[in-house]
Design a protein around this ligand. Structure first.
Ligand SMILES: Nc1nc2c(ncn2[C@@H]2O[C@H](COP(=O)(O)OP(=O)(O)O)[C@@H](O)[C@H]2O)c(=O)[nH]1
Ligand SMILES: [Mg+2]
Length: 233
């Protein structure tokens, strides 16, 4: 009895969140803002990787929503660099949810083709369970975390559409086993592209940015798969 009721409540929470996330994604598609949900553990280099990606975007302007439990350090830092950034604080919660993101995103003034990066709370578990209105989920891992993370945190690796393995500049000092990492990852996720990058020196980000911009160029077809687009040129 008790278990059944708990399951029902959880289904309602996930269902309501999913419903709002779908609406946010549709609204962002209409505004030509491709939305990337950026997930990864604390200190893996999420903010650093975003800055490296911005430098490689050719077709779209970057916008950022920073999610943190407390503080607005990352958002302030990005604004100082001239990147439009807003801060969302969860005050304790371990992930962003769709209602919070919807309210934050509503007031962004997108100018032309845009790419909205939402840096989720640093955490390799909870953010993977909730959609927030993104077109793709970007998971950032790093060689400093160790090569066993796909085995220990499967959901984040399973749900990712794109994976960056950051801090490769530090690889000579570590025992990161790339074959073991890739074996665990591919068992969960056969498709997602994986790029080995260093936010320290910028290597690997041109390819990742190109993949995102290619996806962004096709977001309307993916949002309305039953519409037929006729191209004339
Ligand atoms: N050596 C090295 N350090 C990095 C790299 N990327 C990030 N860092 C450092 O890792 C720390 C955490 O980075 P940050 O971007 O704030 O991580 P976040 O908490 O995931 O947003 C900072 O001291 C960064 O300078 C990298 O590719 N190589
Ligand atoms: Mg950060």
């Amino acid at each position: 009895m008790h278990d059944t009721r708990k399951v029902n409540v959880m289904e309602d929470i996930y269902g309501e969140n999913e419903h709002i996330a779908v609406h946010t994604r549709e609204a962002l598609t209409e505004r030509d803002a491709f939305c990337v949900n950026v997930m990864g553990a604390p200190g893996v280099g999420k903010t650093s990787c975003l800055k490296a990606l911005f430098a490689c975007l050719k077709e779209r302007r970057p916008y950022v929503v920073e999610g943190d439990i407390e503080s607005d350090l990352d958002a302030r830092h990005l604004r100082e660099l001239g990147i439009p950034a807003i801060q969302l604080n969860t005050f304790g919660a371990c992930h962003l949810d769709a209602p919070l993101v919807r309210n934050g995103v509503q007031n962004i003034q997108f100018e032309g083709p845009s790419m909205l990066f939402i840096e989720n709370i640093g955490n390799l578990v909870c953010p993977a369970e909730f959609s927030i209105g993104e077109h793709v989920k970007l998971l950032i891992s790093s060689v400093t975390e160790g090569s066993d993370k796909p085995y220990k945190y499967p959901l984040a690796f399973e749900k990712a559409d794109l994976i960056l393995v950051n801090k490769v500049d530090l690889k000579p000092y570590l025992d990161f086993d790339e074959d073991f990492f890739m074996k665990g990852l591919r068992a969960l996720n056969p498709e997602a592209p994986v790029f080995f990058v260093s936010a320290r020196d910028g290597s690997g980000f041109a390819e990742a940015a190109a993949w995102l911009e290619h996806k962004a160029a096709h977001m309307r077809e993916e949002a309305y798969p039953h519409h037929h687009h006729h191209h004339h040129d």
